[in-house]
Design a protein around this ligand. Structure first.
Ligand SMILES: [Zn+2]
Length: 307
């Protein structure tokens, strides 16, 4: 296995959002071109909470309304990940949030795939609250081209649609050979993780920080080989955990849960995949063997590359 300068083997990163992982200089360029005013500091701060964190994406998304901007960021994400020593990469984004410049869903997905150029798998994100008809449209545009489908963001009391309403489109995605991952249990009750598995057929869970609250669910996740995409720094920013040192990752891995380590948003959380692995390696209870297991889990859990 290739070794990066930190001594870690070639790393996986399966959970990295395009609209949260621009290069700082690219954000400045694109903001100038798009006429978007940037805040003094766009980065997340510890404990800011998920709603406030999600609001930061409005600014980056304002800079990503042209397909060429999406292609540029996808390309740079692949270059940056390779420079960090990430050898298995999946990039995710919600194409329907990039249409204000007049592009179609297909145009935006084409642009992302062009930027990726076969170096990463592309995951399309539906968002909590989206109309199920839109989720189905994402499946159609991703069919045979996207590696997976995600449900991202978070539930809100004013949403007309909930997770169960997406069962049909997610079943269609599975039938089309797309992998399924769902943001669930991100500081929210563990039953959301169970729902994601039952209703949407999730093979991977984004965050899942509350998993250990439900011992029966832990058994099931282990038995079914469900992969948990841990994003420790991001979890501190959203307030799902207080400190990286409190992350349950070592306990998951010691129990036999297939968990892996991910950056989530390299710009907004100001991390890299390599740094996230280093931080995870310092969580009390982590051992070199558990860190290695997480790395292997990530490589093995990739949904595959663009076809
Ligand atoms: Zn995420």
């Amino acid at each position: 296995m290739r070794r990066d300068p930190t001594g870690l083997p070639g790393l996986p990163d399966l959970h990295r959002h395009l609209d949260g992982s621009l290069r700082p200089a690219t954000l400045v360029d694109l903001a100038r071109e798009a006429g978007v005013a940037l805040p003094d500091d766009i980065r997340f701060t510890p404990g800011m909470g998920l709603p406030e964190a999600l609001a930061r994406f409005a600014t980056t998304l304002g800079c990503l309304q042209r397909p060429d901007a999406v292609a540029r960021v996808a390309d740079e994400m692949c270059l940056d990940a390779a420079a960090e020593g990430v050898t298995t990469l999946e990039i995710r984004f919600a194409p329907h949030l990039h249409l204000k410049g007049g592009a179609s869903l297909a145009d935006v997905v084409d642009a992302a795939l062009e930027g990726v150029g076969g170096r990463a798998g592309l995951i399309l994100c539906a968002l909590y609250g989206d109309d199920p008809a839109l989720v189905r449209a994402l499946v159609e545009v991703g069919r045979g081209r996207a590696a997976g489908l995600d449900l991202a963001g978070g539930p809100a009391s004013d949403h007309r649609w909930g997770m169960a309403d997406y069962a049909g489109p997610f079943a269609a995605a599975r039938a089309a050979g797309m992998g399924i991952t769902v943001h669930a249990g991100e500081g929210r009750p563990a039953r959301e993780i169970a729902m994601a598995i039952d209703r949407l057929g999730a093979q991977r869970i984004g965050h899942g920080t509350t998993l250990l609250d439900d011992p029966k669910l832990v058994e099931r996740v282990i038995a079914e080989g469900i992969v948990i995409e841990a994003c420790p720094t991001s979890n501190v920013h959203t307030g799902a955990i207080a400190r990286v040192e409190d992350h349950p990752l070592p306990r998951w891995l010691a129990l036999g849960v297939r968990a892996c380590i991910n950056a989530d948003n390299t710009l907004l959380s100001d991390v890299t995949g390599a740094e996230e692995h280093r931080r995870a390696g310092r969580i009390p209870g982590m051992t070199p063997a558990l860190l290695e297991a997480a790395i292997v889990n990530g490589h093995r859990a990739a949904f595959g590359r663009v076809r």
